[in-house]
Write a protein that binds this ligand. Structure first.
Ligand SMILES: *Cc1c(COP(=O)(O)O)cnc(C)c1O
Length: 402
């Protein structure tokens, strides 16, 4: 059972101090995502303990944009990173100060740039054309656009689940094109330079790979900052902290990352002396706090193997079925939330009429009876909002912040 979860004396899974069945009773139905508030709080505290003092923590809203969860996160972190005007709106409604929000993502529409300028959010510029559009909108509105340049670095975060830097990418401005953008910003009152953003990769469990990416990022930013109209107020060094989705994964040692980052920042060049630094994390903050609960609808045998059929599936939790950016499908940790014993080996599948809808292949779990609850862990990030909810017309999953 993953950290933070246990069974009670009756063998039932307990989430945030109550049996899973009670959360389902509150929600009225399955499937249901339950996010444990105390685990979110503990994660943010772990970051503060491990990282250098003064390092800012940003939450990447795309990992989980549930409104109640965002409101809770707003009290734990120093800023939100959003990737659309819809997320910007949710971030503001959750109580995050506009000035503590940054907006990244290719293809920002004019109305999205306008919303960011009105909110005094920082726009992480992805191209020269985008910067000119932001400038024109700022002039029209008569209020400045706060600009950070997102750099597409000439290196990658080695061993990442998803690569977002290094080589030809739709994200950010190639490092060799950044000086021209910085020059174009001189004496332009409508474009207020804030700093830089570098995001080199995601889902990384290797502290030394993260340290190397941070070292390269800092060196690149120091070089580019020389050509900036003013020294950068804030540099967002990205994130990439991974979570152990599978039993063979070793959790990331954040203390090692923090110690290395402190050494790097202590030795930073003069041009960055007054700069604040931030890391932006999504899944590391929220993935392990979430459980996806679905109910066993049927069980059957086929060619001698047992299939446990649930009312859940990839329409809510695509990542757990191995269809969201994974090369080799592996099982997320999964249990029968209503009984631990006796155990059986079975395939746990969803209710969608597609062979892709597998929650667990050959898993050993407490014998699943029709009506039992199945709990799939690691469901706090890229779950409901990153799944094809409309596919096959089933109802949406519920969500509770416990
Ligand atoms: C997706 C994304 C994140 C969050 O990634 P995680 O792996 O969830 O931490 C952070 N920053 C940017 C720019 C992203 O695109």
């Amino acid at each position: 059972m993953p950290n933070g979860f246990a069974r009670d004396a009756a063998g039932r899974l307990v989430i945030a101090g109550r049996p899973a069945e009670e959360w389902v009773a509150d929600a009225g139905d399955t499937p249901l995502f339950v996010y444990d508030r105390a685990l979110l709080t503990a994660r943010a505290a772990e970051f503060r303990r491990a990282m250098p003092p003064g390092l800012r923590l940003h939450y990447a809203v795309k990992a989980n944009p549930m409104p109640a969860l965002l409101a809770h996160m707003a009290g734990l972190v120093d800023g939100f990173d959003v990737a659309s005007a819809g997320e910007l709106d949710r971030a503001l409604k959750a109580g995050m100060d506009g000035a503590a929000i940054s907006f990244a993502g290719p293809g920002k529409r004019d109305r999205e740039l306008e919303a960011a300028i009105r909110a005094a959010a920082t726009i992480n510029i992805e191209s020269a054309g985008e910067m000119e559009r932001a400038g024109a909108i700022a002039r029209r509105l008569g209020s400045p656009a706060r600009i950070a340049i997102r750099i597409n670095p000439p290196f990658e975060l080695k061993g990442s689940g998803m690569r977002m830097g290094g080589g030809a990418r739709p994200f950010g401005v190639d490092a060799d094109q950044v000086p021209a953008l910085l020059s174009a910003m001189h004496d332009r009152g409508e474009l207020q330079f804030q700093g830089f953003h570098i995001f080199a990769g995601s889902q990384n469990l290797d502290a030394s790979a993260l340290r190397e990416a941070q070292r390269l990022s800092l060196a690149l930013v120091a070089e580019l900052a020389e050509g900036a109209p003013v020294p950068p107020a804030l540099v967002n060094l990205g994130g990439g902290f991974g979570v152990p989705y599978f039993p063979a994964d070793t959790p990331l040692d954040v203390a090692v990352v923090g110690t290395a980052l402190k050494t790097l920042l202590d030795a930073r060049p003069a041009v960055l002396a007054g700069t604040m630094f931030a890391l932006e994390l999504g899944r590391w903050l929220v993935a392990e706090a979430g459980v996806y609960l679905c109910r066993v609808v049927d069980r059957k045998q086929s060619s001698g193997e047992t299939f446990v059929v649930t009312d859940g599936g990839l329409h809510h939790q695509l990542a757990a079925t191995g269809n969201f950016g994974t090369v080799i499908r592996r099982n997320y940790p999964l249990v029968n939330a209503d009984r631990a014993e006796p155990r059986e080996m079975a395939h746990v599948v969803g209710c969608l009429c597609t062979p892709l809808d597998r929650l667990g292949d050959n898993v050993v779990l407490g014998e699943a009876h029709v009506g039992d609850l199945i709990a799939v862990f690691m469901a706090g990030a890229y779950g409901r909002s990153a799944s094809p909810e409309a596919f096959l017309g089933h109802a949406a999953a519920g969500e509770i912040l416990a």
